[in-house]
Design a protein around this ligand. Structure first.
Ligand code: COS
Length: 404
């Protein structure tokens, strides 16, 4: 029986699970998830109904237990997120398809602020259903004039008795339109800039919340602009204390930015896998494409870039999981390096495929569309550079050697 892309070369693709960053349970998780993904995920095309695909994937990933790795158990003594497991699963799901990675990751990002800052009651109310794939979560931070500059946020939250009233617009909201709840960041005004923001859980269907404006992007995903018009939420939906919203957002992003690097690795590994297959099969000028040194140079660069990205991603994940240290700088390095090089790896795979590489819905054409947004979302490469440099300069000012 012919093997799918998911199972062919599996041992080689999972070889890095032998690195000292991992425990035996991680290798088991990766093997099980790779086999499940190869059998259960299925295929979808550019024209597929992305909303329907995501709803199905969330349900199936919840039922299979994978989402529980992105959403810690709720309640007292709740489990910590294991970032290495999240990264392993994002790599594997991204290898299969962008929407699979998206469906998995957005459950984690969308509920991440609740995991990090929610009360036990809020965690119990929201997290178990997200982990089971019964409800869909979304993270609503960006605005038209406040993407990189979060402190410039304009959406407002005004206290009124036992409620907050939210007004404004949030955009580029993944899962917008299909989410059951949104974690919305808004200016509550305790102080100017980043110190005056708060985070709220807003259930879909709350009067004054609309996710009607859908955004069509290069690799279709559920995405929308949210409008908040006199949207009233109980004060019990505030996450953490008033004015803590910016720090809650940044702590959430510290975790999920590392995992964006892992998704980039998954795309890059798939690109290398497809490129190796094509280079060995395709004949020209009396020999295989793989016999040309120019092809070999490309393959060597691709494989090296993937390993370099993986070392940074799993260093950051290990540092958080095992050393228990802040990974702001390491996460920024991992995201920047892995996403920037994945773009180059995917581009090289398209080049190796020649004309086939730009045929709609060819695996490498899909990768070419999927990989682009990763250098922008959850902090563009330019923001990651800012973060890294600030950390270095702060450490230098303190007399340390560096913040890594
Ligand atoms: N964890 C905890 N606290 C953090 C933090 C982190 N990772 N990063 C910053 N903070 C704290 C700072 O310590 C500072 O605290 P004090 O007010 O007590 O001094 C406060 O938050 C403000 O930080 P800073 O001065 O660095 O804020 P800036 O406005 O300069 O913003 C950047 C910094 C640009 C790094 C930030 O706005 C950012 O990450 N932007 C990109 C946002 C993004 O990813 N958008 C995409 C949305 S999801 S698709």
């Amino acid at each position: 029986m012919e093997q799918s892309a998911g199972t062919r070369g599996e041992a080689q693709r999972l070889a890095h699970l032998g690195w000292p960053f991992f425990e035996p349970a991680h290798a088991r998780l990766a093997g099980e998830a790779a086999r499940w993904a190869a059998g259960a995920l299925g295929e979808w095309t550019h024209d597929a109904d992305a909303d329907a695909v995501c709803r199905r994937l969330v349900r199936e990933m919840g039922a299979a237990g994978w989402l529980a790795h992105a959403v810690p158990r709720a309640g007292a003594g709740s489990a910590r997120l294991d970032l290495r497991s999240i990264c392993i699963l994002r790599e594997l799901f991204a290898f299969h398809g962008g929407l699979a990675d998206f469906a998995f990751a957005m459950q984690g990002l969308g509920s991440g602020a609740i995991s990090i800052a929610g009360s036990d009651e809020q965690k119990t109310r929201y997290l178990p259903a997200v982990a089971r794939g019964e409800t869909i979560a979304a993270f609503a931070l960006s605005e038209e004039n406040s993407g990189s500059d979060v402190g410039a946020m304009a959406a407002s939250a005004r206290r009124d008795g036992s409620d907050y009233v939210l007004d404004g617009a949030k955009t580029w909201i993944s899962n917008g339109g299909i989410a059951d709840f949104y974690v919305v960041f808004a200016r509550s005004g305790e102080a100017p800039g980043t110190r005056g923001l708060s985070a709220f859980v807003v259930d879909a269907g709350t009067p004054g919340l609309s996710a009607a404006e859908r955004i069509d992007i290069i690799a279709p995903h559920p995405m929308a602009t949210l409008r908040l018009t006199g949207c009233r939420v109980p004060a019990g939906n505030l996450l953490g204390a008033p004015g803590e919203g910016f720090k809650i957002a940044m702590r959430t992003l510290d975790v999920f930015r590392t995992s964006v690097g892992a998704a980039a690795l998954g795309f890059a590994r798939r690109a290398l896998f497809e490129a190796l297959g094509r280079a060995r099969e395709r004949r020209m000028f009396g020999q295989a494409l793989a016999d040309f040194q120019m092809t070999q140079a490309k393959l060597a660069d691709m494989a090296t870039a993937i390993d370099a990205g993986a070392l940074l991603v799993y260093r950051a994940a290990w540092t958080r999981d095992v050393a228990g240290e802040s990974i702001t700088c390491q996460a920024a390095m991992a995201k920047m390096q892995a996403t920037e090089t994945a773009q180059k790896v995917v581009d090289a795979a398209v080049q190796i495929h020649g004309g086939l590489g730009v045929v709609r819905d060819h695996p490498v054409e899909r990768l070419y569309r999927e990989v682009r947004a990763l250098r922008i979302y959850e902090g563009a490469t330019e923001v990651q550079k800012l973060i890294i440099a600030r950390q270095l300069l702060e450490a230098a000012a303190r007399g340390g050697e560096g913040a890594r």
